[in-house]
Design a protein around this ligand. Structure first.
Ligand code: ATP
Ligand code: MG
Length: 393
């Protein structure tokens, strides 16, 4: 008998053409998540099996890997004989608390002399006999007793833990996440990662108007997100000159609109340079003046790159619930100003006019400023286990 972790794949099994790439990517991501452990992986198109000593610790790491539907700790046996299965099941459940249960049998070895139903019925009888308070409940079981029969091995396990679902990180290529210190953008990043998009971050700072502490906060958020990917590359862009030029030359109600158009322009260029195919950000329809539909379209007009807004249609409370779940919330609400809040005019335009924006943008040589900002970017790779940012959590 071998104790092992059995991984059931997430949504990827429905994507027939891509299945090889999905499983290969998932395996690579699991290897990153388990880099501190000794283990062995075996896999096929239906399951991944992980053998090793510290299964419980590995299991908790796997809970942060996208593309996993369920993680179970189970047992592998070298016999598929029904008498052996009965004995093995009896031994395994001796000390378990089982009330309402259902046996599920999966038989990938089709030559097996018994049908799945027959195996389930026989093994259900074993559970009833071994545990007096157990009852069969096929409609609303509290416990699933799972049995899998393969060509020369069988597996038995009880309920597993839910995985994160989604697609393995990276199968969809890369996106550049506009990461501010707020609540929304880390959640947007998490949701994009969940769909298989590897992210890099971009943060605009405006020292001395924004503080070093605000930047550290963004790095801390990046590190929390890196729990799901092992590491994240963060591009820090000094936005001071651009922001001051906007402030000095552009009518107040258009400050934010133009500022965001500049952010998008830089983000698009950094994305191209780093092979990111999409921009991801935390905009949510109607949340602030720059996120009305008109504002979004006028701001969006500077780029042809797809801009994915995973939280666009969520309520703030729904976003907050997710932020709490992924543990970015407490950091996000730390009170450091970001570069948007400093220059916020009293009455930002909520229906900006595109041609006016284009006129205003001729007032300053923004192209030179954009190029300088990009040339001077600071790039840091933040890892899940970097000590530095852990202290800030
Ligand atoms: P968040 O809570 O994510 O900060 P918000 O509600 O404060 O969002 P805005 O400040 O209007 O909204 O920003 C909208 C989105 O633009 C953010 O979610 C983020 O993706 C991006 N963004 C805003 N400020 C910055 C910044 N300084 N650096 C990088 N991205 C930014
Ligand atoms: Mg913000």
């Amino acid at each position: 008998m071998n104790k092992l972790i059995i991984i059931k794949y997430g949504e990827l099994t429905t994507k027939k053409g891509n299945i090889k790439l999905f499983i290969k990517t998932l395996k690579k991501n699991i290897e990153v998540a388990l880099k501190d452990f000794e283990y062995k992986i075996e896999y096929d198109n239906g399951r991944m099996f992980i053998f090793g000593e510290e299964l419980e610790k590995m299991e908790s790491r796997l809970e942060k890997v996208f593309g996993i539907h369920e993680i179970v700790i189970g047992y592998e046996f070298d016999s598929i004989d029904i008498e052996d299965l009965k004995e093995n099941l009896k031994d395994l459940i001796q000390n378990e608390k089982i009330t309402a249960f259902k046996v599920r049998t999966k038989r990938s070895y089709k030559e097996y002399p018994l049908t799945s139903m027959e195996v389930s019925r026989i093994l259900g009888g074993v559970v009833l006999k071994t545990i007096p308070e157990s009852i069969v409940d096929v409609h609303d079981p509290k416990t699933f007793v799972d049995v899998e029969i393969r060509m020369n091995k069988s597996y038995i396990y009880l309920d597993g833990k839910s995985g994160l679902h989604g697609y393995p990180l990276g199968v969809q290529g890369k996106g550049l996440l506009m990461l501010s210190g707020g609540i929304d953008s880390p959640v947007a990043g998490y949701l994009a990662m969940k769909r298989g998009v590897r992210i890099e971050g971009i943060y605009f700072e405006s020292p001395p108007h924004t503080s070093e502490a605000a930047k550290e906060k963004v790095k801390t958020l990046t590190q929390i997100l890196s729990r799901y990917s092992g590491y994240i590359k963060l591009h820090v862009i000094n936005f001071t000159e651009i922001q001051e030029a906007i402030y000095k030359n552009i009518p107040k109600e258009y400050l934010i609109t133009i500022m965001r158009r500049m952010m998008y322009r830089i983000t698009e260029r950094i994305a191209h340079k780093n092979n990111a195919k999409i921009i991801v950000n935390g905009e949510s329809i109607g949340q602030v003046a720059s996120q009305t539909l008109t504002s979004m379209s006028v701001i969006n007009a500077v780029t042809n790159m797809p801009v994915i807004r995973p939280v666009a249609c969520l309520d703030k409370l729904e976003i907050i619930a997710l932020a709490k779940k992924i543990e970015t919330y407490e950091t996000s609400i730390l009170p450091f100003e970001d570069c948007c809040t400093i220059f916020v005019p009293e009455h930002p335009v909520i229906n900006p006019d595109l041609s006016l924006c284009e006129e205003y943008e001729k007032l300053v040589d923004f192209e030179t400023l954009l190029k300088d900002a990009i040339k001077n970017e600071e790039v840091v790779t933040i890892r899940e286990d970097d000590k530095k940012f852990e202290d800030l959590l």
